[in-house]
Ligand binder design. Structure first.
Ligand code: 13P
Ligand code: SF4
Length: 341
């Protein structure tokens, strides 16, 4: 798998919102949640929340899930209004799939450092260097980038999407280099050309943290999101036997949920954003979940608060709109993905 060298002033591409500390009492939280529930009925709205959302936001959602599950829910909801408790590219995907609905993103600062690593112009320039290549874009991209792509994918289906592409076609995989490496490993495809992007949170989940955890808790089961900085090293260690293959799993956030439901293990090391732990603990209160990196917090996801959800439902703003022609082209890539899975 060859790497491209593209100048990427990573940190200059996004600005991190500060994380607001909410010190509401349980009674205040409950009262806000009840007001949201009432307003939701009045507006005929549905609330979709990503697994990395604040605990109290996850609690008011009609559906909590990963990027794939959230797009599927958006595509099939009969509601008139979708309140997207997630980040901008997720709300854009909902707006593309549901052009007749009002899609709300309660805080417009909810961006994504990974999506910010590539623009449509950069993708066009990259494609021009590889005529005949197929472009697979991770869902963590803007609508404009999706519109320049042949296929969309999520962490739950990236390998499946790549396997559906004829083996002799080179694949430009954007923008996550760690996910690209994981998919190359899983599919054995030598012709995946990764774009050098990454997520500022997941890249901090390092192999040394994983190894320390395995040493400290020898029976623990390891769940790693494929965006993590440790993914290639962990896959290589599974292959050479330094990490136990029967206890090391590379999974999307929803894949982790499904895995816990079927696993007999009592203790899990979770390599992803720590919001995930709330759902895992709620689903399996008798099991123990330890974050591989307790500092892995996505500031963008945490901009969504109960107050902002409430306000957004009150004023039906901020709305996410995708220009018609961009949406049409982006939808082709999304629909190709949905047809494969
Ligand atoms: P999932 O699709 O696994 O939920 O991941 C989305 C994401 O943004 C990970 O950082
Ligand atoms: Fe984007 Fe990373 Fe936050 Fe996921 S965790 S939304 S990839 S910045």
């Amino acid at each position: 798998m060859s790497e491209v060298a593209i100048p990427l002033p990573f940190e200059a591409r996004y600005s991190l919102p500060p994380i607001e500390v909410i010190d509401d009492s349980r009674a205040e939280i409950r009262s806000k949640q009840e007001r949201i529930a009432r307003l939701k009925e009045e507006r005929n709205a549905v609330i979709l929340a990503h697994n990395y959302q604040r605990d109290e936001v996850q609690e008011i959602a009609d559906f909590v899930g990963d990027s794939l599950g959230l797009s599927q829910q958006a595509a099939s909801t009969p509601a008139d209004v979708i309140v997207f408790c997630g980040v901008h590219f997720m709300a854009e995907t909902a707006a593309i799939l549901c052009p007749d609905k009002v899609v709300l993103l309660p805080d417009l600062r909810a961006g994504c450092s990974l999506a910010a690593t590539i623009s449509a112009a950069e993708l066009r320039a990259w494609k021009a260097r590889y005529p005949g290549a197929v472009v697979v874009a991770y869902v963590n991209t803007s609508a404009e980038v999706k519109a320049e792509s042949d296929y969309c994918c999520t962490s739950a289906n990236a390998a499946k999407v790549v396997r559906s592409i004829p083996a002799d076609r080179p694949i430009l995989f954007v923008p996550d280099k760690f996910l690209a490496a994981a998919v190359a490993h899983q599919t054995g495809r030598p012709n995946i050309i990764p774009y050098p992007g990454c997520c500022h949170v997941h890249r901090t989940i390092r192999p040394e943290q994983v190894l320390r955890m395995m040493e400290e808790y020898p029976d623990i089961e390891l769940l790693i999101h494929p965006e993590c900085g440790c993914v290639s090293s962990c896959m290589a260690r599974v292959a050479d036997g330094t990490l136990p293959s029967e206890r090391t799993f590379f999974l999307s956030t929803e894949g982790m949920m499904r895995h816990i439901g079927n696993s007999r293990a009592e203790e899990f090391a979770v390599g992803t954003e720590i919001g995930m732990l709330h759902r895992l603990r709620k689903m399996a209160p008798d099991k123990l979940f330890r974050p591989v990196n307790p500092d892995a917090v996505c500031e963008f996801m945490k901009t969504i608060t109960l107050d902002r959800v409430l306000r957004s439902l009150e004023i039906l703003e901020p709305q996410i709109h995708v220009p018609q022609e961009t949406a049409r082209r982006a939808r082709l890539a999304i629909d190709r993905m949905l047809a494969i899975i």
